[in-house]
Ligand binder design. Structure first.
Ligand code: FE2
Length: 203
């Protein structure tokens, strides 16, 4: 567990440094995406309570939010067969598959206002993808597995749970306002490094 949490802290440091350096979205997708890939290379760090599915709906657990709200990191947990509505994000997002599999159906607006499906992606553990208004921001996501939960780790360029977003009815183009919120009230403790320090001191 300690090594995994080290990797998660490193990922948070990488995103913080990118934001501090004023990195543009392309840099964040490239370097933040590589860092996310390193994070999800092993499924040994997510505390179990932040990977717990709910029988009624998918869960979005906040794992970390930058104090300046320049980015946030969540675990997205799907029960068997669960899916999101068609939705947007309005900010950059990086999505890394940790466990199971999910399907993302991308949509693009047509001149008449309706949404047309524009590709489909199946994510399996180790894969990273991105969304944003610059590269395509509207999709619907579902658990690709009907017999067990799936989990992906997402980073977004804002405090995503409080962002004013939209859900869509693709056939009519109807749009509704949407603020996702979070499924948890408490955050994981990522900073208890006392065991490593005791080991270092031999006490
Ligand atoms: Fe999404």
């Amino acid at each position: 567990m300690a090594d995994g949490v080290d990797r998660f802290r490193r990922f948070l440091c990488d995103l913080t440094k990118l934001c501090d350096a004023g990195a543009d979205e392309g840099d964040i997708r490239e370097h933040g995406g590589a860092s996310l890939r390193a994070l999800i290379a092993a499924d040994d760090w997510l505390p179990p309570e932040f990977g717990e599915p709910d029988p009624k709906s998918y869960r979005q657990y906040l794992l970390y939010c930058d104090p300046l709200e320049r980015f946030s990191v969540v675990s997205f947990v799907w029960g068997p067969g669960q899916r999101t509505p068609v939705h947007d994000h309005t900010v950059w997002g990086l999505i890394g598959m940790l466990r199971g599999a999910e399907i993302s159906r991308n949509y693009a607006a047509e001149p008449c206002g309706r949404l047309a499906q524009a590709g489909e992606e199946r994510l399996v553990p180790g894969m990273v993808t991105a969304v944003s208004p610059l590269i395509g921001d509207i999709h619907q996501v579902e658990n690709a597995l009907c017999d067990r939960p799936s989990i992906s780790i997402h980073a977004y360029g804002a405090n995503i749970g409080a962002v004013a977003r939209h859900v869509f009815v693709p056939q009519s183009g109807e749009t509704k306002p949407f603020v996702s919120g979070y499924s948890n009230r408490m955050l994981p403790n990522l900073w208890d490094r006392s065991a490593a320090m005791r080991a270092h001191l031999g006490i």
